[in-house]
Ligand binder design. Structure first.
Ligand SMILES: Cc1cc2nc3c(=O)[nH]c(=O)nc-3n(C[C@H](O)[C@H](O)[C@H](O)COP(=O)(O)O)c2cc1C
Length: 195
């Protein structure tokens, strides 16, 4: 079975970022499949200067760009800030501009699980939509199931682990979606010869 690399990007700078905990849980679930490797760029790894086209990349920014480049699938997570993605996560995604001239432009054709945690239903939903719009702009394929949690109603994380059963179920489905889709993409079909 071919190897797949799944990369998580996002979370917040809070030490106990619930978004990061959920992202890491999706990675763990994906890693349970044979041949899947993972990496996470969360918290301090995303404390990058505002993206400036053409400017030299800092070492951390270079790491992010290289991980985006080698990813067969992504999981992107943002807290809902004022009804949309946090500036911190959006800035990290702006660095995908460095992939515009690659053979695989931006995130072309790769599955992307989208995760949002907010303190209200409205921001959870609007932020998930905004994150999916960004993924579409980068030519990625948001998975059919996104995760949008209103943490004011649901306690999702306790002692650094996801404890809410419906969220755990969604994490399992999202991991399956990204792994299955990435495997389909990795199958190289022989070109069909014309009759
Ligand atoms: C600057 C800021 C803006 C926020 N705006 C909203 C908002 O508009 N709606 C909402 O429901 N929650 C809002 N929140 C709450 C966060 O979405 C919530 O705390 C989130 O779960 C934090 O994720 P984390 O645990 O990964 O840090 C805001 C929080 C901050 C710090």
């Amino acid at each position: 079975m071919s190897k797949l690399h799944v990369v998580a990007v996002g979370g917040s700078t809070r030490p106990d970022s619930s978004t990061e905990v959920v992202l890491r849980a999706v990675l763990d679930a994906a890693e349970a499949s044979d041949g899947v490797t993972t990496s996470a760029l969360c918290g301090p790894a995303l404390a990058l200067p505002p993206y400036q086209p053409g400017a030299p990349l800092t070492p951390a920014a270079r790491d992010l760009v290289e991980e985006l480049r080698r990813a067969d699938a992504l999981v992107i997570g943002s807290p809902g800030y004022h009804g949309s993605l946090s500036g911190f996560v959006k800035n990290a995604l702006d660095y995908a501009e460095e992939l515009r001239a690659d053979e695989r432009v931006y995130l072309d054709g790769i599955p992307v699980g989208c995760v949002v945690i907010a303190q209200g239903q409205q921001a959870a939903v609007t932020t998930l939509g905004a994150l999916r719009d960004v993924v579409h702009a980068l030519r990625g394929w948001p998975t059919p199931l996104g995760i949008a949690v209103d943490a004011a109603r649901v306690r999702i994380v306790r002692d650094g682990a996801v404890v809410d059963e419906p969220t755990l179920a969604s994490i399992g489905v999202m991991a399956r979606h990204i792994v299955e889709f990435a495997r389909l993409k990795s199958v190289r079909l022989d070109p069909v010869s014309s009759p």
